[in-house]
Ligand binder design. Structure first.
Ligand code: SF4
Length: 169
């Protein structure tokens, strides 16, 4: 039996949560309370369903067409250690990882020393879409982002260059 994740749901094949065909896991539990949040049912930390990550992985393995795995929310960083474990398994199956978070990259960097699993999840993530959804900066023209303040960050390059490097999407 693998570690358990509290999830709001899954989407087995999505083309709107990052490039290519993606399996999406929606985390249950979020403290950010963005005004205009599209998924308020994901805020409660008691709601959703507990699922074994081995079960999620076996669903992922059934689809050879997948390009990647996306973590959305809810807030994946509230269960960072387990999402990182799942990401690691998916990456060994050649899937890339996109993580959506309401935290800004700078806040995540600050939290790395003290928050359980944050470093693991950040390092397993290829592209981080960061920052709260801001209804005032909402735009339908942004690729895979809801509002203009959110950034698509190339995590490997950002860590290497010690500055934010944006990803090409
Ligand atoms: S981070 Fe996402 S799930 Fe959480 S309140 Fe903001 S938009 Fe909603």
């Amino acid at each position: 039996m693998g570690s358990m994740l509290r999830i709001a749901g899954i989407e087995r094949e999505s083309i709107v949560d990052g490039p290519g065909i993606r399996f999406v896991v929606f985390a249950q539990g979020c403290k950010h309370r963005c005004r205009g949040c599209h998924n308020p049912q994901t805020h409660s930390f008691d709601g959703g369903t507990l699922v074994d990550i081995d079960e999620i992985m076996s669903m992922i393995c059934k689809n050879p067409l997948l390009d990647g795995l996306t973590f959305s929310g809810g807030e994946p960083f509230e269960q960072a250690k387990t999402f990182a474990e799942l990401a690691k398994m998916a990456k060994s199956n050649n899937l890339n990882i996109i993580t959506y978070t309401g935290y800004r990259y700078e806040e995540i960097m600050e939290g790395l020393p003290s928050k359980i699993g944050w470093e693991d999840l950040l390092r397993q993530t290829d592209i981080l879409i960061d920052g709260k959804f801001d209804i005032k900066q909402k735009s339908m023209l942004l690729k895979f982002r809801g509002s203009k303040n959110q950034r698509a960050i190339d995590v490997e390059q950002s860590l290497k260059q010690e500055k934010i490097v944006l990803a090409e999407l």
